[in-house]
Design a protein around this ligand. Structure first.
Ligand code: SAM
Length: 242
């Protein structure tokens, strides 16, 4: 597979994504801190805030990876009854399971192997369903949104943190330059996985614009969908209500 997104089939993409995250798992967190200049924690903090989960609520963090959003939610909302971090790449979750051993309320976080296209949860069971940096990687955005909406309770929230397709502007062009030229070199140096960090900017180029993702969320049955642009318009945080 080349990282230019020329997958021959959905199965090929699905397999590549799964194996690629298994390879970068040990260095995933450090690369995130470097690429975002240490800002990514703030985005996840805002994501949890915007969910406005009810007291003693429940949260699904699908594509939890090493658990950054899940950990942020139990830190920010110690009252939550349960947080489920789910992912289809077990090595990512294994890294996550060894993080923050002293964190209070850690027992409220459960880890689950799951594919976002076929979530192993009942209808209407979480007050919030979130994903961070998942949607570029899925083979069917509409089916993914439909299943996330299905497992969310009525009046619950679905939130998505993602890197949308860069804007056609001077800043968008500068961001593309950084993303396509600096990030793969950094990724190669830090994680030894240049192809994974070449795939990353190509996946953003091929992804939806913020307004298009909003429309897709509305199509899945979510209402009051709105989004906030972060990091000078390079990151989008979408929230909708079931
Ligand atoms: C860029 S990481 C994001 C991890 C974490 N959410 C964060 O904010 O750092 C993307 C994660 O999505 C997971 N993923 C991709 N496709 C998936 C799928 N179909 N089902 C479940 N997880 C998936 C990958 O295994 C990976 O852990």
């Amino acid at each position: 597979m080349n990282p230019q997104m020329n997958f021959n089939s959905a199965v090929e993409k699905h397999t590549y994504i799964n194996q690629m995250f298994a390879r970068i798992a040990p260095r995933y967190d450090i690369m995130n801190r470097l690429m975002s200049a240490g800002q990514d924690g703030r985005w996840r903090n805002l994501l949890v805030k915007q969910l406005q989960l009810p007291p003693h609520g429940t949260l699904l963090d699908i594509a939890t990876g090493t658990g950054d959003i899940a950990f942020e939610s139990i830190r920010q909302r110690p009252d939550l009854a349960q947080v489920v971090g789910a992912d289809f790449t077990l090595p990512m979750m294994l890294v996550g399971k060894n993080r923050y051993p002293q964190l209070q309320n850690r027992q409220k976080l459960r880890w689950s192997g799951a594919d976002t296209l076929h979530l192993p949860f009942h209808d209407d069971c979480f007050d919030g369903v979130v994903s961070g940096f998942l949607m570029r990687n899925v083979t069917d955005i509409d089916a993914t949104l439909a299943d996330q909406t299905r497992v969310c309770k009525p009046d619950g929230k679905v939130a998505i943190l993602e890197i949308p397709r860069p804007a056609e502007s001077l800043f968008g062009a500068m961001f593309r330059l950084y993303f396509h030229n600096v990030v793969p070199i950094l990724g190669s140096f830090i994680s030894g996985q240049a192809d994974a960090y070449s795939y990353l900017p190509h996946s953003a180029d091929a992804f939806l614009r913020p307004e298009e993702l909003k429309q897709a969320m509305e199509k899945s049955g979510l209402k009051d969908v709105h989004y906030t642009m972060l990091m000078m318009g390079t990151i989008a945080l979408h929230v909708g209500q079931k």
